[in-house]
Design a binder for this molecule. Structure first.
Ligand SMILES: [Fe+2]
Ligand SMILES: [Fe+2]
Length: 304
């Protein structure tokens, strides 16, 4: 069983005491397009030999835009999922109910923040950048899996969101300040959400047998494969966007080189950094005997 060291009460206190609005994050600012937006661990542009330093920065910024879009995209299902868990015991523990409603509300706020980031980007970057469609269909797929699978995906996302900010963005003064703040404000809420995910996982897993838990981990890895497909689609749109921004037409060899670097970076960002997160591994390890080994295998395959 999941080790419980969190409570709805402390999460609710944190939510109330650290509440922020989208305007608090933006403070009327725009992006500074003379700066990179993402650390190279996420953007994966530094090693691409066919691009100039200027073009690498353009691709870094394109990746900043798609980072915001993909977060909004993959978090879309969290609002209805959390509302369903809140409604499951609507006349029960009021602290649980209130903290879950705030969790859902915060995710709606994140959607607003990330969409505003994408529209300011679109206005300021100069050329149009394609973004993958179909967020509602993807949300439907996630919500169509088992409740434990959807919660495990949420937990993984909320842990890697924090890791991206704390380990790769927080101390990086060379990155655009507004972009860093978007990740900082997101982190403020996600650090609580990850704890509430653990509480919900505990509640749901309590009634499940070993086979059902194991199946939930398998379901998570199937969702990971679907996410990988979406990342590949976005990667192609990014290369098209870079062509438009630079006025170049890449040869097949250049396109291949960019694609290889970008695939590795996308996979690390949205899959491997979650599959390898120690807190997430611990959660899965406490649920199932072989889940952690499956995560490690998937991470190795995606890093190859
Ligand atoms: Fe979020
Ligand atoms: Fe969240």
């Amino acid at each position: 069983m999941t080790t419980i060291e969190y409570s709805y009460e402390t999460c609710l206190d944190g939510s109330v005491n650290h509440a922020w609005t989208v305007d608090d994050c933006f403070q009327g600012r725009d992006f500074d397009f003379t700066k990179p937006f993402l650390p190279d661990r996420i953007a994966g542009v530094d090693g691409i030999d066919c691009l100039t330093a200027f073009e690498k920065r353009q691709l870094n910024q394109i990746r900043g835009n798609s980072y915001c879009h993909i977060f909004a995209f993959v978090e879309e299902y969290i609002v209805p999922m959390v509302v369903d868990h809140a409604r499951g015991d609507v006349y029960g523990d009021e602290t649980r109910l209130w903290s879950l409603l705030r969790f859902a509300e915060e995710e709606v706020k994140h959607q607003e923040m990330l969409r505003r980031a994408c529209s300011q980007f679109e206005a300021g970057f100069g050329t149009s950048c394609g973004l993958i469609p179909g967020r509602e269909a993807v949300a439907g797929v996630v919500l169509g899996t088992s409740p434990l699978t959807a919660l495990l995906l949420t937990s993984m996302i909320e842990w890697f969101t924090q890791l991206h900010y704390v380990e790769h963005v927080r101390d990086r003064a060379e990155l655009d300040e507004l972009f860093r703040d978007i990740l900082r404000f997101h982190w403020i809420d996600e650090s609580r959400h990850a704890r509430m995910d653990s509480l919900l996982i505990e509640e749901v897993a309590r009634d499940l047998g070993p086979a059902e838990r194991e199946a939930a981990v398998d379901g998570l890895l199937e969702l990971g494969t679907a996410v990988d497909g979406l990342l590949a689609q976005q990667g192609e749109l990014d290369i098209d966007a870079l062509q438009l921004a630079t006025g170049r037409t890449f040869t097949e060899a250049e396109r291949d080189e960019i694609r290889t670097h970008q695939q590795r970076a996308y996979r690390w960002t949205f899959l491997v950094s979650g599959l390898e997160h120690p807190n997430f591994i611990r959660i899965v390890d406490e649920l199932t005997p072989s889940g952690a080994a499956k995560l490690a295998q998937a991470a190795t395959t995606l890093s190859a």
